[in-house]
Design a protein around this ligand. Structure first.
Ligand code: SF4
Ligand code: SF4
Length: 169
């Protein structure tokens, strides 16, 4: 695994801590300092244009609460995650649509991919629609560009040989 992917794996492994820190900071900014929700909306959409739908799983206080609730659920987490990222809020609707056009996107290098399938096993979109989506199989739709991809980046971080990247296209 390359140095870049190891760093990404650390970030992905610590994602809940990052989400908790940013989510609480955003909540305090809005509730205590009366930062307008319009600014939050604009910032969320701008982030979407650059990185895709990152806001829900890396920044949003509501996203944090939803994920904590889902983690307490004894079963059906994949389905709930899928439904949650389908439903979302205005930031999710717009930034989800931007997954197809954002500067940073998930890309597979089919020359180095060994078809181990580890990426697909990480993805709740593939889990819900395995006959439609795959991160590496040709002729399948790429889940990273679907509306519901929330850029958890578990697929990229778990590719053993760096065949999946998340970078500017
Ligand atoms: S980042 Fe990867 S694993 Fe996560 S939802 Fe998107 S395609 Fe699936
Ligand atoms: S995890 Fe990497 S090597 Fe394995 S199938 Fe996915 S892209 Fe290919």
């Amino acid at each position: 695994m390359g140095k870049k992917n190891s760093m990404l794996k650390v970030l992905v492994d610590k994602r809940m801590m990052i989400l908790a820190a940013l989510g609480v900071a955003l909540y305090v900014a809005v509730s205590q300092y009366q930062i307008s929700l319009w600014y939050v909306l604009i910032a969320g959409v701008a982030l979407g244009g650059i990185f895709g739908k990152v806001f829900c799983r890396w920044v949003c206080p509501m996203g944090l609460i939803m994920e904590l609730m889902m983690s307490m659920s004894p079963d059906g987490k994949v389905k709930q995650m899928y439904q949650y990222h389908k439903l979302g809020c205005p930031i999710a609707w717009i930034s989800g649509g931007l997954n197809k056009f954002s500067l940073f996107r998930i890309k597979v290098n089919n020359d180095s991919c060994v078809s181990c399938g580890k990426c697909d096993k990480q993805c709740y979109i593939v889990a819900m629609e395995p006959t439609k989506y795959s991160l590496y199989k040709p002729k399948f739709e790429t889940p990273g560009e679907s509306y519901t991809c929330s850029k958890c980046l578990k697929c990229v971080a778990n590719c053993p040989n760096g065949s999946l990247t998340y970078k500017i296209r």
